[in-house]
Ligand binder design. Structure first.
Ligand code: CA
Length: 496
């Protein structure tokens, strides 16, 4: 009997597995047969570090809404943005191509032209091809207009609508850069022909006070880069004049974006939709709504994390109320690692004592080390995603090919060249993630993760990420063969 019982259990387990597989296949098939493709939402936080959420180990702050996504979804511990700064990470995710393969994809000025070619198949364009309604709501930072840049008083094109989005409501660059206005589709929201907007990144335009001339007007003191035109009591990078009625109030940004996202969802709830929801939180200037100020013990940066968590709670509650949560795949991540001191004196550093924004990893935003690109990454899709943890190596690049698979599409050779279909890893059904991944830092230095190893071009460094996740012991002289092998591999990928 002792030997028979495990055998029966084994058989039962085998039978149950078969039943589950059959049911899964049947369900997938029936969903596809009815043409009910799942909705897809990418929630893309800004500058949120690996260690900034309580589900990733933070003790000084609690993020219950994001934790709930993790609890009912799959939480990744080895997922990466491609770069440790905003613009290249966003470029890579939307194109499935490493940003460093294309010139001009560094941090974009607020008046930069669109950096994604209008003939490129983008992630939203790919989904649009099979009937998805597509939208971007939130921070853009990929440029607007042709090579002459944006004309803020006229049609702002090409932009999101020319590269695959049906609807856009965006912060053109970042909130620390002028112009401090929202752009809906092709127009500045609230633009007034009698008060035209002018932007200049080199010389002062107009008579608006600036941070360096009128520091007494500032809510938050800023460094020399961020001390140009004052809007809503905060000095920004760059100068602007005009558009007085179009200018945002920083404390309203999160709610405005949430409402726009919810409106889009409501309008398209009967068809599959793709929403790229790029929050401004928790990028600088961290100036959350009054209802969050002082609610964390970590100053404005912590308060902004609470606002971010609240935002996710609102969005998820809305999906649930509309009966859409079950048929919506939500991917939550961040565009790069954390930045504490980032141009404004908002006490982020002094109040972060006891908090490790990058978790166990070295570096943060801008950096070549893991803290720069290893980010929170949660996939939530009830019934499809296996709940728990995944340590598979995955990149935001891979969303493109994975969503192509999810929507039954074949990509051409030139589409999303660096993206791998890891749908089964995203849903927790497999654990065979990437074997290698290139990471890109602010100074354009590249590094290669290959299996457990990481090679950094800059200074020819080598770390064993498995034994030394905080990259503290440089093994370049101890392991010269591995160093050489990885350096060669990186060159190969660069040449591909
Ligand atoms: Ca960022």
């Amino acid at each position: 009997m002792m030997t028979l019982k495990p055998l029966i259990m084994l058989k039962n387990r085998h039978f149950i597995c078969m039943m589950i597989t059959t049911l899964c296949c049947f369900y997938t098939f029936s969903v596809a047969a009815q043409g009910r493709k799942p909705n897809i939402i990418i929630i893309y936080a800004d500058d949120l570090g690996y260690g900034d959420l309580s589900c990733y180990g933070a003790k000084k702050i609690s993020t219950p809404n994001i934790d709930a996504l993790a609890k009912k979804g799959l939480r990744f511990t080895n997922a990466h943005a491609t770069s440790s700064t905003c613009t290249p990470s966003r470029f890579s995710m939307l194109t499935g191509k490493y940003a460093w393969r294309q010139k001009g994809t560094g941090i974009a000025d607020g008046d930069a032209p669109l950096i994604i070619g209008t003939k490129t198949l983008t992630l939203p364009g790919m989904l649009k091809n099979v009937g998805y309604k597509t939208a971007v709501v939130g921070k853009w930072h990929l440029g607007l207009g042709d090579k002459n840049g944006p004309d803020w008083n006229n049609e702002l094109a090409p932009g999101p609508l020319e590269i695959g989005f049906d609807y856009s409501f965006i912060i053109p660059a970042t909130a620390d850069r002028v112009p401090c206005v929202f752009v809906e589709n092709h127009r500045v929201v609230g633009a007034d022909p009698n008060d035209p907007i002018k932007v200049n990144y080199h010389n002062k335009v107009g008579n608006d006070p600036t941070g360096y001339e009128n520091p007494e007007m500032l809510k938050i003191k800023a460094d020399a880069q961020h001390n140009n035109t004052i809007v809503d009591g905060i000095s920004r990078i760059g100068f602007m004049k005009g558009g007085k009625n179009a200018r945002w109030r920083d404390g309203d940004i999160a709610a405005t974006l949430t409402n726009k996202a919810i409106n889009f969802i409501d309008q398209h709830q009967k068809q599959p939709f793709f929403l790229y929801f790029a929050t401004h939180d928790i990028h600088v200037p961290r100036s959350p709504n009054a209802k969050f100020i002082g609610k964390s013990t970590m100053g404005l940066r912590g308060d902004a994390i609470l606002q971010l968590d609240f935002t996710i709670g609102e969005l998820v509650a809305h999906l649930k109320a509309k009966g859409l949560l079950e048929n919506t795949m939500i991917v939550f991540s961040s565009d790069n690692g954390p930045a504490l001191a980032d141009g404004y004196e908002d006490e982020a550093v002094s109040k972060a004592i006891g908090h490790s924004a990058a978790g166990p990893f070295r570096g943060g935003k801008y950096s070549v080390y893991e803290g720069g690109t290893r980010v929170p990454f949660i996939v939530h899709w009830p019934g499809y995603v296996k709940t728990g943890l995944s340590s598979s190596l995955i990149s935001q690049l891979d969303l493109f090919a994975s969503f192509a698979r999810l929507s039954d599409q074949k990509l051409r050779k030139q589409d999303a060249p660096d993206s791998f279909n890891l749908l089964s890893v995203l849903t927790g059904k497999a654990h065979s993630g990437r074997e290698s991944l290139v990471e890109h830092a602010m100074n354009n230095s590249l590094s290669l993760i290959y299996k457990n190893w990481k090679y950094i071009e800059e200074g020819k460094q080598l770390y064993n990420l498995k034994n030394d996740p905080s990259e503290s012991k440089n093994l370049n002289t101890a392991q010269p063969e591995i160093l050489k092998e990885l350096a060669l591999k990186l060159e190969e990928i660069k040449q591909q």
